[in-house]
Every structure is written in C-alpha cells, then in structure tokens.
Design a protein around this ligand. Structure first.
Ligand code: NDP
Ligand code: OXD
Length: 306
C-alpha cells in the first residue's frame, strides 16, 4: 500500500513516522510534484496539483473534521473523501465552549478587570434559565458540546438538518425552524460545517433573531460569519459580546477591529486541535476497515458537502 502525505501548515516528518509505525507494511512519503502513484493520501488543505496527478487515489484522509477546503477542489468521483470524526477533538471543543459560556455567564471577565484594579466587588447572580444555549450543528462535536453544557443545567437547544432525539436537548431542524431556534437562544454556538447552505449564515438579519443580550461563540468556520455585521450588533447592545475562534482570513490580520474590541475574545483557531496520535490511529483503523470491504466512518457525502 502506498500513502502520500501533504499537510499545509504542518511538518510532514512526524506524521510520516507515526503513520509508518501504525501501518508497518505501507510505503509512505511526502507528496511532491511527480511523487509515486498512491492508494491513499493524508492531507490538510492540499493543492489541486496533488489531485490532478493522483486520480487513482482510493481515499483522501483529511486530518481535520471540516472538509470545506477539500470540497473547493476538483477530486475524482472514484476517490472517497474521509474526514476525522472526533479523534480527541470533541472533548477539547466541549472545554472551549464551556469556558467561553461560563466566562460570560459568571462574568469572570468583569471580575478579572476588577481584580486588576484591586477592587473586591460582587456581581449579582444571574438566572441560568435566562441563558438558553443554542447549538448550530448537532454532529460529532455539537452533540458532545450539548452534553457538556447540559451538565451545567443551562437550557440546551440544537439545530441541524435532520431532527435529533438527544436527552436534555430541544431539537430544531431545517430552514423552517431556524428562526424559531434563534429566537429561543441567547448564547449561540456555531458548530456547522461550511457548505453552500451555511456560508454567511451568521449575519445581521439572523443574529437579530437572538434574544436580547445574545452572545456568540463561533467555532465553525470563518466564512459562516459576515464579519462586518458583528461589531455594530455589539455596539448597539443587541449582542453582549462574542468569542471567536475562526475567521474569514487566518491568521486574523493585525489591526482587525476584532482584536481590540473590549467585548470580543479572539483565539487563533485553537478550540479543538488535531491530535497526531489519535488521528493516525483513526486513519489506520479506517484503512483496515477498507481492507475488510467496509465503508469507513467519516466518509463525506459530496452532495451535502460534509
Ligand atoms: P458533523 O458533520 O459531525 O456535524 C455537522 C452538523 O451540522 C450535523 O448535525 C448537520 O446536520 C449539521 N448541518 C450541516 N448542514 C446544515 C444545514 N444546512 N442546516 C442545519 N444543520 C446543518 O461535523 P463535526 O461536528 O465533526 O464538525 C463540525 C464543524 O466544526 C466542522 O465542519 C468544522 O468546520 C468545525 N471545526 C472547527 C474546529 C476548530 O478548531 N475551530 C475543529 C474541528 C471542527 P445533520 O446531523 O442533520 O446531518
Ligand atoms: C478541523 C479544524 O476542521 O481544525 O478539524 O478546524
């Protein structure tokens, strides 16, 4: 079996070593133009040239959960696109979202500021029932986040394409229930994949449906948010603030208004990092599944785009 590795923004060597340990019989090398014809490729944001040169690939394994960068490429219909499912990401995402939610709800940001000024001042406790948490996307990550948030006894709502039955989660589905979902949410967590249907879904017109004093936790993809719409909504007081992990352009450029806004927290696409050990183990087990004639989990439905 031959495997090519092509990882934008990642050093390939440790991945090649780890893959070689997990798949001792395989021939594995970094992709370069003119590389060997391979059975599989392990990729993150690869160039079109790789796909053009390798139409025989059986599988392209994405080392992330979101496949939007791959969906923009032209990939042979015979090649299966396989994304990461969980591989240690969902617990990180649950940590991140709970941290942002609790920091806002318990006003830890205000306490931090008071402490910097040496001030001992209590804040009035807030009613958790007044902070329903709406999660857009109830997939691998969204469901884990919903479970974690419900442990803190917030009302939890979820929105997905197909209806879900999840304990403690009020399910809304499809476009017809989107506005109802937003109107019932105060904290909005975005965990959708980026597709033609979801691009620009977080914009003035939709965010205005949130309950007053809404708060956005945006961890999906930068292009979900119409960035120009966010600061006015906060400055007008409709939104209380936002925690943003993903941006239209990454890294976020110096001087972007998000960096300096007092009610916006910026992190550098760090909410759930790819973990090499878990990822390599998952890819190896998917390759074994293929060898048994099974369809590996995480196979992308190209029509849906995720
Ligand atoms: P999944 O594919 O498991 O879940 C996607 C969810 O979104 C599903 O519930 C799906 O509905 C729902 N959905 C998709 N399209 C629509 C739509 N048009 N309307 C309503 N609901 C829709 O993905 P994951 O949970 O694994 O990951 C989600 C996204 O999180 C990734 O695509 C990626 O962009 C982002 N991500 C960000 C990271 C970061 O570090 N910031 C790290 C990892 C991922 P249904 O269940 O009905 O199919
Ligand atoms: C992913 C990501 O999609 O890291 O896995 O954003």
């Amino acid at each position: 079996m031959r495997i090519l590795v092509c990882l934008t923004d990642n050093r390939p060597e440790p991945w090649i070593t780890a893959l070689q340990e997990a798949l001792p019989g395989a021939e594995i090398e970094q992709w370069r133009p003119g590389a060997m014809a391979a059975d599989h490729a392990v990729v993150w944001m690869p160039p079109q040239a790789l796909l053009d040169e390798q139409p025989q690939l059986q599988c392209v394994f994405n080392i992330g959960a979101g496949v939007d960068a791959l969906m923009r490429l032209s990939i042979s219909p015979q090649t299966r696109i396989v994304r990461l499912d969980d591989a240690g990401m969902s617990v990180q995402m649950a940590e991140y979202v709970c941290h942002a939610l609790l920091r806002h709800f318990r006003e830890f940001d205000v306490y931090e500021e008071e402490a910097c000024n040496g001030r001992w001042v209590y804040r009035k406790p807030r009613e958790r029932s007044q902070f329903p948490v709406g999660i857009m996307g109830l997939g691998v990550l969204g469901q884990r986040v919903a479970r974690a948030v419900s442990q803190f006894e917030f009302p939890v709502l979820g929105w997905s394409r197909s209806p879900k039955r999840l304990e403690g989660v009020q399910s809304f589905a499809g476009e017809s229930q989107f506005h109802e979902f937003l109107a019932a949410s105060r904290i909005l967590v975005n965990l959708l994949p980026l597709t033609d249907e979801t691009r620009g879904i977080l914009r003035r017109e939709t965010l205005l449906h949130l309950r007053p004093g809404g708060y956005l936790i945006h961890v999906g993809r930068g292009a979900h948010l119409v960035e120009e719409d966010l600061v006015p909504l906060i400055d007008e007081g409709h939104l209380a603030g936002a925690t943003l992990d993903v941006f239209r352009e990454e890294p976020l450029r110096a001087g972007h208004p998000f960096w300096s806004h007092p009610k916006i927290v910026v992190t550098p696409h760090a909410s759930a990092r790819t973990l090499r050990r878990e990822t390599v183990a998952q890819i190896a087990s998917k390759i074994h599944a293929l060898g048994r004639g099974e369809i590996p989990s995480g196979t992308v439905d190209r029509l849906r785009g995720y």
